[in-house]
Design a protein around this ligand. Sequence first.
Ligand code: APR
Ligand code: MG
Length: 298
Amino acid sequence: EEGGNYYLVDEEMVAAALPERLPTQHKGDFGHVLVIGGTRGYTGAAALASNAALRSGAGLVTAVVPEDLYPVAAAKLTEVMTFPAPGKDGGFDAGACAALMGLFGRATVLAVGPGLGQGEGTVSFLRELLERTDLPAVLDADALNILARDRRILTDPLFAERRKRWILTPHPGEMARLCGTGVGEIQSDRIGVAVRASREWGTTVVLKGARTVIAAPGSPVFINPTGNPGLASGGTGDVLAGLVAGLLAQGIAPVEAAFSGAFIHGLAADRIARQKGMAGLVAGDLLEEIPVVLELLA
Ligand code: APR
Ligand code: MG
């Protein structure tokens, strides 16, 4: 694939990957996503990711937020459950993981990073979290920025098995930090960069931006053709993280959840743009369009 060999994601590929919903199935059959994030000023990021996970068809979603922000998160979220974890409004306490182990036992997938912050406690918390759970995980935003500060987690053989179950969703700036290079180097060879990173780290990598690249070890490379510059507004990446986590929770393989999530996210934006235009498209608009797109593809 290196050097430009790739598949463009299309409707048939996504339709084939999407889970069925059978008449007698119940919410326990569609997975439980834990969204972990939220700091002062960024509770919306965790809320958007949580709602996107539900809109993708996940059975249950719980937003785990530092307890000082619990009232704010609970007020924003209706169908999503909220779980207060040890922490202040600036982030999680270093030892917060211990309080979450019971919840991890009831979860299917983690989505870590939206609005997470990079405080000292949160950095320790994330490391312990990644050590103590082997749940599949979508890692986005500040989870990636923290990994970029301690790249051993991406290369340490101790984490190799669980990295196979991670999906990293960096935008070009986050990818530059993860790779220790500049945005120019990332953007001038998006496919090559994503392929090499996925091989080196042994994870699925979703390099976002126009024509998002999806790469995973042992898999062909996928490029997503949907989406438009209406998506260039705050919070749309948080929606993608929740959407991919929600698909993953329904039992789809990581690379398929990644390319399907990117395709659905972009198609939702394209449909909204046709009706209402691109400028002024906000992340929350995508949420209600996700089920419509799922139905179109089914
Ligand atoms: N064409 C197609 N898709 C696009 C385009 C475009 N021109 N521009 C953006 N997108 C898509 C990306 O592919 C991605 O899915 O919109 C989404 C943007 O995601 P992010 O860059 O992560 O933006 P967002 O998360 O909303 O930013 C808020 O989170 O990651 C942090 O550092 C980031 O501070 C920022 C915050
Ligand atoms: Mg983002």
